[in-house]
Design a protein around this ligand. Structure first.
Ligand SMILES: *[C@@H]1O[C@H](CO)[C@@H](O)[C@H](O)[C@H]1NC(C)=O
Length: 174
């Protein structure tokens, strides 16, 4: 009898956890742009490494608004290959995502390699985008000796802060 109740209780718990996850998750699908200008918004950080502060734009052209910055670094970790590992905090300062950030990491190369396309992982976030995880499919839509433009298709699941325990709730006894 005791084990029957234990199983019933366990299945109720499993059910409520699944329901809570489904209700709390939200989806972000957005197309944004990063403009990499080689002579500005970045500086040398050591051998094969560049510290970046690339503007995040809401459109592809010069008239687009800067809505944040991709802050971090990019490094040619394997010098035998033309790929750069970028580790960046996409910090949103303006527009509907202002006050939030996405933690992003992955490889990119040049426009003439892999059609200029690839994926970065989204492994976290802050603000409205807490618990973010997902992918960014990017396409290098412009590249010359001065700059490169990435078109980003962002696809992320996240759980907003108000669905998460407040600081004072941590460790609180029933
Ligand atoms: C990638 O960008 C190029 C422009 O450089 C465009 O011709 C191509 O259609 C784009 N590819 C995708 C999958 O969006």
């Amino acid at each position: 009898m005791a084990s029957y109740y234990a199983i019933a209780l366990l299945s109720m718990l499993a059910f409520s956890i699944l329901v809570a996850t489904a209700l709390d998750d939200k989806e972000l699908k957005a197309t944004l742009y990063i403009k990499q200008s080689f002579a500005q918004d970045q500086r040398p950080g050591g051998t094969d490494t560049v510290i970046i502060n690339w503007p995040i734009k809401d459109g592809p052209g010069d008239a687009a608004n800067t809505i944040g910055h991709a802050e971090g670094l990019t490094t040619n970790a394997n010098p035998a290959k033309p790929f750069w590992v970028t580790i960046m905090d996409m910090v949103f300062e303006d527009g509907s995502l202002a006050g939030s950030s996405l933690e992003v990491m992955g490889l990119h190369s040049y426009k003439n390699i892999n059609l200029g396309q690839g994926q970065w992982s989204v492994m976290g976030g802050t603000g409205e985008l807490t618990m973010a995880r997902g992918i960014i499919n990017y396409n290098i839509t412009q590249e010359d000796s001065a700059s490169r433009t990435f078109e980003l298709c962002i696809y992320v699941y996240y759980t907003p802060l108000d669905a998460i325990l407040a600081l004072g709730d941590v460790g609180r006894k029933p």
